[in-house]
Write a protein that binds this ligand. Sequence first.
Ligand code: SAM
Length: 406
Amino acid sequence: GQFPLGVEIRTDSCTRSENDSLIKLSRELSGNEYAPETCGIENAGKASLSNPWTSPPKCIPEQNSTSTYCVYTNDKFANGRGISFLTSPSIAERIALLPAFTKKNLYKKVNQFDDPPWEVKAIPGRGKGLFAIRTLHRGEEIVSSTPVGAFQSDALMPDYALDYIYLHTAFIHLPKATQQLFMSTMAGLVGDPIMERLNTNAFSGEFEGSSHFLMYPETARMNHDCRPNAMYYYDPKTLIHRTIAARTIQSGEEITIPYDNILRPREERQTSLREFWGFSCGCSLCSRSDKEIEDSDARIQEILDLQVKLANWSPWSSGTPNMAEMLISLYEEEHLHAAKATGHTFAALAYNGVGNKMMAEWHAELALEAGMVNSGPNDDITAMKKLLDDPEGHWSWMARKAKAEL
Ligand SMILES: C[S@@+](CC[C@H](N)C(=O)[O-])C[C@H]1O[C@@H](n2cnc3c(N)ncnc32)[C@H](O)[C@@H]1O
């Protein structure tokens, strides 16, 4: 999984299957469309509010597993882009009630790729990537799209050969143009072609607390960088995934996102990317000199220590506004643009904690602005709004000063 800054947004790695013979078998089987059993709703082709599926759900016959997983497709979703799920019936029922399926006109401004501010180009050793074709300003939207597929991770575990048939059913039910888009994404040469594309490209998300792999083909074209210039967030109600410029991106520059927790020393980042993503990271930071890496690793350690101290509000808490200011400087030195909101949130709380209302409000405003740019509406933003509404009524007010005076 992926936690770029130890916070919740993440892309995913999916465990690569070790069992080559099963992958081969599945691949052979997947040449033909199997006719999996139809279950549940019978009115195929007639999507409605309570039943948005345009194909009859097809369910994996239960064998040793106690769970049922089925394929659900709406091939008209998001103005004809289509979407397929491989998930359990109870989750599909909840998904059908999401605004994504019950509200009209949500997708007028998403999946617009006629005139994007980027182009796809090949990069030696990294396949392809997205490159800005004009200056992109901080906060500007780069890609906003709906997933073409969402696959419950547990559904892909118990029996690879059988599960892959359903994965292929989910794929085949998508409109032809969407199938082509799916297949245009990068994949390893061995293994099941659909599963491999999920392994290489899927983002992780949750429905009803269950992990799913979500396929956003255009966004998946972006390569990883340990100091990315773009960030993304995902709205679980509309399923829209947005990638936003985290700083000014010059024309000609590659647009990059984080796949993994980037607040770790190089060795750890590289091991994780190798083990979970299967590639050796050749990003801007990882390719620096040993001395530069050593300095960067030391700053990262300092950042981690400060974050722990500032997040501690126990009676033994030692966080101070100075530490928060230092943290913000270190984020800047490390080019961690996406951490701006986190830094100002820590600072707002730290200042409020010692009763410095003016500085608390100033940082809360900055945290709000940066938070909206990088991650859209979220819990941190709600917390900062609360602090701004009534600093003295906020839980953090004088919380550290009171202790210091005890
Ligand atoms: C989601 S895809 C990114 C787009 C891909 N390059 C393409 O051509 O479509 C992920 C794959 O891109 C390559 N990749 C992404 N970031 C990389 C990096 N920092 N260093 C080396 N390879 C990278 C790896 O092969 C990885 O498995």
